[in-house]
Design a protein around this ligand. Sequence first.
Ligand code: 5GP
Length: 351
Amino acid sequence: MRIEEDVKLDFKDVLIRPKRSTLASRKDVDIKRQFTFKWSGEKFDGVPIVAANMDGVGTFAMAKAFEENNHGLSVAITKHYGIDAIKDYYKKHGGEHVWYSIGVSETDEEKLKVFMNSKVQQNGKGVTKICIDVANGYTEQFVEYVRRIRAEYPHLTIMAGNVVTGEMVEELILSGADIVKVGIGPGSVCTTRKMTGVGYPQLSAIIECADAAHGLGGLVCSDGGCTSPGDIAKAFGAGADFVMLGGMLAGHDQSEMDVVETGGKKYVTFYGMSSDTAMEKHAGGVAEYRASEGKTVKVPYRGDVMATLQDILGGVRSACTYVGARRLKELSKRTTFIRVSQQLNTVFGDS
Ligand code: 5GP
């Protein structure tokens, strides 16, 4: 057994220090990023925020809203849509705003193959980006899977994860991932840390993983733990190239979920993708050998996601103004984090 004594930080443990700036207004800030992905060669030009591939978040309705919003945000579509619904969406909207999500099951791989051989794909409207998503990205089988998908589909942009340490980020990038998804345990409806004791404070995970990825020409997507626009700004400030959001986008019209009224207030159900609720819905129950690592909560109904997007984009823009970053790309270079004392931490937690 070993103990690492280095301090590891979460979003709540830091604030961004303001810096002298020549920016007069937040409207002067460009929060789009331009990337050419390492392996696929695909070009990206947009706000690098991705809706998580979760029920109630990674929906086609969300993708349509993001398309209308016109800032180039994207959605990782939940893998539980049927192939016909997926074809239908791509036929009408193309693949610019969506990540086709898969796990590592044979069924997922077969479904992707069917889609890649479909007319929609051949007509040039199909999948360009995929998200290979597993709870634990540390297995040899996962690395092998990423390698196989890269060999089979050299032109697809691959986002793969999740991991939280530099050496595994390097291994995944060298195996064919363009972007590595970073985060184990920070999610709003995740119980992994409680159930297993495993995890890594998210801000430090981003800092260390971004350093490893950038050294190889790869990118990272911070996944989980953002509860406010300020957390998103901190994730970008720490070096995240993309930020994935679940809970912050749940509870909207675009969630494709029922709105329930109790005590005069409206709510929408939101749950982790390995919660009992998700497993009942998609797999007919929790398998005997595993425990649920997600919870089910009720989030207040928040109407159209457009208003939330405005808040998010406004917050990130404003953070850039405070440190004098004219473009989102400059934010991490201009970020100095200040550690917040335990006492202040509590105060911020309450506000
Ligand atoms: P949030 O933005 O809500 O804090 O985090 C979203 C992320 O939580 C997702 O993108 C995914 O990585 C993770 N997540 C979603 N469902 C579950 C779950 O049931 N268990 C765990 N451990 N993580 C989950």
